[in-house]
Design a protein around this ligand. Structure first.
Ligand code: OVM
Length: 403
């Protein structure tokens, strides 16, 4: 018997759910299960777009940039139809060949070798911070740790001046909100946008960046002719946008994960060599960046359903990272599981270019904690911070038992 030459055509399942409602931003997991079960691809009729929530399709789609383009923006807005909220990123919101050029500059500046040079200094800062927190015994793992550490190391590494750094988190919050709809969460975050955006743009100029920093190195790539003088400041802006909220959530998620899975903290304490896979497992489990859009460049068949050319497709990274079709006991943190393929840093040509920074920050903070802390306990109700793209906490009261 032979199979039919063409696959059967199916109607596209339709979901009426709102991924950007307060309820779903607060706790997306029930919605994720529903969307995965809806099918390999579905329509989100509220937003006139498509979506994918299963691992197989999210992974496949993100690894096919020719079909699933970033050049019309990776938010709900279609740059071909509506004016972008800010001048587009030349890293995130572009396709090759420009993307290849800009990414190579960024990946060199934040290479593993570049990050290794930071280890000693960053470890000292982490040790110092964690010493103080362990002495206190109880603290807020977000306000006193996750929000603090990246701000102590990253802006200095980029080469920012000290004044005005309080604008960094509000800016990241706005940009990550802007990838979703113009809902209340977005509008609240842009209420006072103008001075924040102005400050960010001002910090992207060569004159204000400390010599030797990541920012200055981007301008050195410009001197070598790898990018031009209009592009260098926008790449510095990419660092300021993508480099803080994300790593803050990574560190916060690490603490939250091990507080919820104390046996896994024990496993890690017994075998600190698992630190790197443990961070990947936390990023899989938490998916700090929950979603990004792509835009189709042709009619594309997904398991018998046709997505028309020019459609926005919402990629549910968080849902893919907990798809039971791919992961055993997906909701459990298991630092010994193979996390290969998780899409918590994205995947494909747009996979997180700053992940070495994130890994080094997590590494030094966790190294400091592993040495000093026997157990982490949740000591109060965690409070969520709502964002259209990022899943994060505003507060996580913990108590730590010294080692
Ligand atoms: C950028 C940018 C902004 C937000 C996120 C991101 C996760 C990149 O401006 O290039 O990557």
């Amino acid at each position: 018997m032979t199979m039919a030459a063409t696959a059967a055509k199916h109607d596209c399942p339709v979901s009426h759910c709102d991924p950007y409602s307060r309820e779903n931003l607060m706790d997306p997991h029930a919605m994720h299960a529903e969307l995965r079960d809806a099918g390999p691809v579905f329509r989100l009729d509220r937003y006139d777009c498509y979506g994918m929530a299963r691992f197989a399709q999210v992974h496949q789609g993100m690894n096919d940039w020719q079909t699933y383009s970033s050049a019309s923006g990776v938010g709900l807005d279609d740059f071909r139809k509506t004016r972008p909220w800010r001048p587009p990123s030349i890293l995130l919101e572009v396709d090759p060949p420009l993307h290849t050029q800009t990414r190579s500059v960024m990946s060199r500046v934040m290479s593993p070798a570049a990050m290794r040079q930071k280890r000693e200094e960053w470890q000292e800062k982490a040790d110092h911070l964690v010493d103080d927190l362990v002495a206190r015994g109880s603290f807020d793992a977000i306000a006193d740790l996750a929000n603090v550490f990246p701000l102590r190391v990253f802006p200095d590494a980029v080469g920012l001046r000290p004044e005005g750094r309080e604008n960094l988190l509000p800016y990241g919050n706005m940009v990550f909100n802007s990838f979703g709809p113009r809902n209340e969460v977005f509008l609240e975050s842009v209420a006072n946008a103008q001075p924040v955006v102005q400050w960010i743009m001002d910090q992207c100029r060569r004159e204000v960046l400390t010599p030797g920093g990541f920012g200055a190195q981007i301008f050195e790539a410009m001197d070598r002719g790898e990018i031009d003088e209009t592009q260098a400041p926008i790449l510095v802006r990419s660092m300021l946008t993508a480099g803080l909220d994300t790593t803050i959530i990574g560190i916060g998620s690490m603490v939250y994960a091990f507080a919820q899975f104390p046996d896994q903290w024990q496993v890690l304490r017994d075998n600190p060599a698992l630190l790197r896979p443990a961070f990947d497992e936390v990023v899989r489990w938490a998916s700090p960046v929950q979603t990004f859009f792509r835009t189709t460049t042709r009619d594309v068949d997904v398991e018998g359903v046709t997505i028309p050319d020019g459609s926005k497709v919402l990629m549910f990274l968080g849902a893919a990272n907990r798809d039971p079709r791919k992961w055993e006991r997906p909701d459990d943190l298991d630092i010994r599981r193979p996390t290969i393929g998780h899409v918590g840093f994205g995947t494909g040509i747009h996979g997180c270019v700053g992940q070495m920074v994130a890994r080094m920050e997590a590494d030094v903070v966790m190294t400091a904690m592993l040495k000093r802390i026997k157990a982490i306990e949740i000591a109060g109700e965690p409070v969520r911070h709502l964002n259209n793209t990022l899943r994060s906490l505003a507060s996580l009261p913990v108590r730590v038992i010294p080692a």
